[in-house]
Design a protein around this ligand. Structure first.
Ligand SMILES: Nc1ncnc2c1ncn2[C@@H]1O[C@H](COP(=O)(O)OP(=O)(O)OP(=O)(O)O)[C@@H](O)[C@H]1O
Ligand SMILES: [Mg+2]
Length: 399
C-alpha cells in the first residue's frame, strides 16, 4: 500500500502553492502560469498555506509579503522551522518599492528569490520553470538514492547469506568425510563382533561377558550418534542450498527443519517451537531465498522473545496461495514503527546486534515470488509475520 501511494505521488504533476490574501492576485497568478505543466494550489492566508504544505509535496511556494494576521516573513520562518517543510523553496512576491532592508529580512526568513509587483509574466514563468526543473531533478535524485540504498541492502544481505551458506556447506562437507569412514568402520566392527559372538558364548567368564556386552552396547549407541550427525549434515546441506539457484519444488517441512537446526543454539532451553505443516507438502520456490526469508523471520522471533517463550511456525496452502507464518510470544511490533520496519537499515536493536535488513530482504524475496508480506498481531500480544506466495506458478512449473 505504501509503495503504491508513493508511486502515485511521484507520477502526479508537480504542484506549486500561491499564497496571497487577495483572491484576485491568485487568479492572475493562476492565469499567468496556465501554460506550465504544473498544478497551482491557492492559499488565502499563511495558516491555510502551512496546513496545505503538510498534506502534499510542493515544488515551490509563491508567497505574498504583505498579508494581515500572519505576514510572509512569519510564514517563511515557520516553513523553515518544520523539518517536514524546510526544503520547500520560497519565492517572495513583493512591491518594487521595497527597501533593501526588507529584502534582506526576506532572505533571512528563508526566501530563495524575489519577484516584484507588478508581476512580469516572462520573469514569473521563467523563474517558476526553473524551480520546477530543480524539483524534478531532486525527485529523480531521491529515487536514485532510494534504489541505491535498496540495492546496497540486498548486496549486504546476500553476501552475508551466501558466506553463511558457503560456511555451512563447507562444514557439512568436512564432517561428511570422517562421518562416512567412521560409519563404515563401525559397521565392519559390529559385523565382526557379531560373527565372533557365538564362538565366545560360554567361553568368557561372567565379568568378561559383561564387558563384552557393554562394549557392543556402546557400539550401537555410537551408531545412533553417527546417525544423528548424518541427519544434521543433511539439514545443513538443505539449509545452504547453494547449488539451487533456480526455482524448484521443495519440501517445506525439510526447509523448516534445516533452518531450525541452524538456529538450535539460540532456541535450546529457552524457546519452545511448534511447527505445523499442512498440505501441500512441497511448493515451487527459490529454495535458497525461501530459507533466507524463513531464517530472517525466525531470527526476529527469537530476538523478540524476552526470556522464555514460544514460537509457532505454520505453513499451509490455500486455494491460490501458500502461507508461511512465524508467530512469537514477544511484545509485538509497535504500531508506531510498523510502517518503517520494511525499510532497509531500520532497526531498534543495539549496534552490532541488528543491521535492519532482515525484513526488507524478506520483503524483496516475497516480491520475487510474486507474493505478499503481512505483519500482524498474535493473539497473545506477540508479532505474527506471514509470507504469502501464489501457488499458480507451482501448477505451471510442475505439470
Ligand atoms: N517478531 C518481531 N517482534 C517485534 N519486533 C520485531 C519483530 N520482527 C521485526 N521487528 C522489529 O522490526 C525491526 C526491523 O527488523 P529487521 O529484521 O528488518 O532488522 P533487525 O532484526 O533489526 O536486524 P537484522 O535482521 O538485519 O539482523 C527490528 O529491529 C524490530 O524492531
Ligand atoms: Mg531481523
Amino acid at each position: 500500500m505504501t509503495a503504491n501511494a508513493a508511486i502515485a505521488t511521484h507520477s502526479a504533476r508537480p504542484a506549486i502553492i500561491a499564497v496571497d490574501d487577495v483572491e484576485a492576485n491568485l487568479v492572475v497568478l493562476d492565469a499567468l502560469l496556465a501554460d506550465l505543466d504544473c498544478e497551482v494550489v491557492r492559499a488565502t492566508s499563511g495558516n491555510d498555506a502551512l496546513r496545505l504544505i503538510l498534506k502534499r509535496e510542493f515544488a515551490l511556494m509563491l508567497l505574498d509579503v504583505h498579508m494581515p494576521d500572519m505576514d510572509g516573513y512569519e510564514v517563511a520562518h515557520l516553513v523553515r522551522q518544520n523539518p517536514a517543510t524546510r526544503a520547500l523553496p520560497i519565492l517572495f512576491v513583493t512591491a518594487t518599492h521595497n527597501t533593501e532592508a526588507n529584502i534582506l529580512r526576506g532572505y533571512g526568513a528563508g526566501a530563495v528569490d524575489f519577484l516584484f509587483k507588478p508581476i512580469d509574466a516572462t520573469i514569473l514563468r521563467s523563474k517558476v520553470r526553473m524551480f520546477l526543473e530543480l524539483h524534478e531533478g531532486r525527485r529523480a535524485l531521491e529515487n536514485a538514492y532510494k534504489d541505491l540504498q535498496h540495492m546496497q541492502a540486498q548486496l549486504i544481505q546476500s553476501a552475508k547469506m551466501s558466506s553463511l551458506g558457503e560456511l555451512v556447506a563447507g562444514i557439512a562437507h568436512e564432517i561428511n568425510n570422517p562421518l562416512a569412514f567412521a560409519s563404515s568402520h563401525l559397521g565392519t566392527a559390529q559385523r565382526n563382533l557379531a560373527q565372533l559372538e557365538p564362538e565366545l558364548r560360554g567361553v568368557l567368564s561372567s565379568s568378561s561377558q559383561e564387558r563384552w556386552d557393554r562394549a557392543t552396547n556402546r557400539l550401537s549407541e555410537m551408531g545412533v550418534g553417527l546417525e544423528r550427525i548424518r541427519d544434521l549434515v543433511l539439514k545443513l546441506r538443505t539449509f545452504s542450498r547453494l547449488d539451487e539457484g533456480d526455482r524448484k519444488r521443495v519440501n517445506v517441512r525439510e526447509c523448516i527443519d534445516s533452518v531450525l537446526t541452524i538456529f538450535g543454539h539460540r532456541l535450546r532451553g529457552r524457546i519452545e517451537v511448534d511447527v505445523h505443516v499442512g498440505e501441500p507438502e512441497s511448493i515451487d520456490c527459490y529454495p535458497a531465498l525461501f530459507n533466507q526469508a524463513l531464517s530472517n523471520l525466525l531470527s526476529n522471533a527469537i530476538d523478540a522473545v524476552p526470556a522464555e517463550g514460544r514460537i509457532v511456525i505454520s505453513a499451509q496452502g490455500g486455494e491460490h496461495e501458500y502461507v508461511l507464518s512465524v508467530t512469537d510470544s514477544g511484545d509485538g511490533i509497535p504500531e508506531a514503527i510498523r510502517a518503517r520496519v520494511l525499510e532497509p537499515f531500520f532497526t531498534t536493536k543495539p549496534v552490532g546486534q541488528g543491521t535492519g535488513l532482515g525484513l526488507s530482504i524478506t520483503y524483496s524475496i516475497v516480491q520475487k515470488h510474486g507474493g505478499l508480506l503481512h505483519i500482524g498481531d498474535a493473539a497473545g500480544g506477540g508479532a505474527t509475520v506471514a509470507i504469502r506466495i501464489p501457488l499458480q506458478s507451482t501448477v505451471g512449473a510442475c505439470p
